[in-house]
Design a protein around this ligand. Structure first.
Ligand code: G3P
Length: 219
């Protein structure tokens, strides 16, 4: 399973990349705003930190505009930048055009299995269903991931399912069990996934005993 960071904060990306398990990064206009940085500059820096796919989102709402923005981003930014496109009819058309040109895409803001399948038919490299935002409405976001994975199991689909809008470690574990190909999550969740009180307690005990071994001159 691929683990992506959902942030435009380069310090966080450097921190998690240093663990040796970071497969990619997703950004969106809100995360770019939060970074306070120039869009293309920050995406270029992210792409220099992480070799994996870096999603940069188009903001045009018409197909020609989306394609033009995508081509500009691909011409100015490193090769590992891929194009994030909203799941609307104009976005499907743009995805098909970009796919036919060999450009990788991540179709985002997906809230139904039907939308995911449509994006896959348009040739999307990734589809991004948003779990947390469904939970926020009082429904179960994980059901969407289950429905999409069931759909994928019925057909020969090469598009990867990228679980997004992840709010807690249990979301990630459930995605793993359902076979989602990728999860994108904030740095906080990477840290939570690695944290276990028994690991900390075990290290504390080992270090205390080792200090005594050293003090006895037996190290
Ligand atoms: O990058 C898209 C997605 O992960 C957004 O998450 O927390 O804003 O719903 P969130």
């Amino acid at each position: 399973m691929e683990f992506f960071l959902d942030t435009a904060d380069v310090d966080e990306i450097r921190e998690i990349a240093s663990w040796g398990i970071l497969d990619g990064v997703t950004t969106n206009p809100s995360l770019i705003k939060k970074s306070g940085r120039d869009f293309k500059q920050v995406v270029a820096e992210i792409a220099s930190i992480c070799d994996g796919p870096i999603s940069a989102e188009v903001t045009a709402m018409d197909t020609d505009g989306m394609v033009a923005q995508a081509l500009e981003l691909k011409s100015e930014l490193p090769d590992n930048v891929i194009i994030k496109i909203p799941c609307v009819p104009e976005g499907l058309a743009a995805t098909r055009i970009l796919t036919d040109k060999g450009i990788k895409t991540n179709v985002t803001l997906i809230f139904s299995a039907a939308q995911a399948l449509m994006a896959a038919k348009a040739g999307a490299t990734y589809v991004s269903p948003f779990i947390g935002r469904i939970d926020d409405t009082g429904h179960d976001g994980m059901t969407l991931i289950a429905e999409i994975m069931d759909t994928w199991n019925n057909y020969d689909i090469s598009t990867k399912v990228l679980a997004a809008s992840i709010r807690h470690p249990t979301h990630v574990l459930q995605c793993i069990q359902l076979g989602a190909h990728t999860a994108t999550m904030p740095a906080k969740i990477f840290r939570q996934l690695m944290k276990h009180p028994l690991t900390d307690k075990g290290i504390e005990g080992f270090m205390k005993d080792w200090a005594e071994v050293e003090a006895a001159g037996k190290a």
